[in-house]
Design a protein around this ligand. Structure first.
Ligand SMILES: [Fe+2]
Length: 219
């Protein structure tokens, strides 16, 4: 662009507004040790008895989505907590959220060292959640890995023009196209089911155990 002479003095004062927030809740459960231990015992027993499904998991064991049938009262309690979180983040135009029947499908993942989950979404439901039962043990040196990661759902559009282009956020910083969330045993993470996500390879020792949930409403 060349200078435009008489109009060079024009200034712009712009206010940036961040629109279309995506709520992702990182919950930490308190006084949940007994529930977590009961969940771990149920999952280990099921793992020993039933072969794995093949889903987003690379390596490791993935149960069927019927954990509420075999997870006992601890699984029911966990589903209730996750549904409460989802209800808190939900609004239905013209209808009270409490008037819906809320549903939860639950399954377990047991990941040995090296296992991971490829990027995926959970189609057909409103919310997805993950509860961390056991993170495995850290390696002798280096990072434990196994972070949950989220992909920016807007990213495919700028990627088509210029892969290195980033939008600056209201803090002035370029917005990352992927967010890694380190988690600990007792953490419950809730996110809209359409957000693509995955799990980095488990680089620690011992099995890493997590529980996934699909949360939805009927009606
Ligand atoms: Fe998932």
């Amino acid at each position: 662009m060349t200078a435009s002479g008489a109009f060079d003095g024009i200034r712009v004062r712009a206010e940036q507004v961040g629109l279309f927030e995506t709520p992702i809740l990182h919950g930490r459960l308190a006084d949940a040790d007994a529930m977590t231990a009961a969940l771990a015992a149920a999952i280990r027993a099921r793992h020993a008895a039933v072969p794995s499904l093949s889903r987003s998991n690379i390596g490791g064991w993935h149960s069927a989505t019927d954990m509420l049938d075999w997870g006992g009262p601890a699984a029911t309690a966990l589903a209730d907590i996750a549904i409460r979180m989802a209800r808190r983040c939900s609004h239905f135009e013209g209808r009270d959220a409490a008037s819906f029947e809320w549903t939860c499908k639950m399954w377990a993942n047991v990941s040995p060292p090296g296992a991971l989950n490829m990027s995926h979404a959970h189609p057909g439901v409103l919310w997805a959640a993950v509860y961390y039962v056991d993170m495995g043990a850290p390696p002798a040196s280096g990072e434990t890995g196994g972070e949950l990661f989220f992909e920016d759902p807007r990213f495919p559009i700028p990627l088509m023009r210029m892969p290195g282009f980033r939008l600056r956020g209201i803090d002035g910083q370029p917005q990352p196209v992927e967010h890694r969330m380190p988690t600990a045993a007792g953490d419950l993470v809730l996110f809209p089911a359409w957000v693509r996500h995955g799990v980095r390879p488990h680089a620690g020792t011992g099995d890493r155990i997590s529980i996934a949930m699909n949360i939805d409403v009927v009606g």
